[in-house]
Ligand binder design. Structure first.
Ligand code: ZN
Length: 95
């Protein structure tokens, strides 16, 4: 669950409320989860998304592990990851 209190942008010195979550689906074939790369405000979204994609590209995976490229999700406080709304429209803008 996302905590019910305000969450701030991960960018150092930004101080704005986070609106988007950058996360990637990970699975080892048995369990699956959404790995969070960053929480970000709209201003830092482009930079955060690019650095998350770069981190993903540099990440080594074990055999049988699947890690999809990070995507952008709307942050909805108090909701479970599985109901997060993905934003491919924003992702396309930044690749
Ligand atoms: Zn920010």
């Amino acid at each position: 669950m996302m905590p019910p209190y305000p969450i701030y942008c991960y960018t150092k010195g930004c101080g704005k409320l986070a609106v988007y979550k950058i996360a990637a689906r990970w699975s080892d074939g048995i369990t699956a989860e959404l790995k969070t790369y960053a929480l970000t405000c709209p201003d830092c979204l482009a930079a955060c998304f690019r650095s998350s994609r770069a981190r993903h590209a540099a990440c080594r995976r074990a055999r049988g592990e699947i890690l999809e490229p990070p995507g952008i999700y709307d942050m909805e406080r108090g909701k479970r990851d599985r109901v997060l709304h993905r934003r491919p429209d924003l992702e396309q803008r930044f690749v």
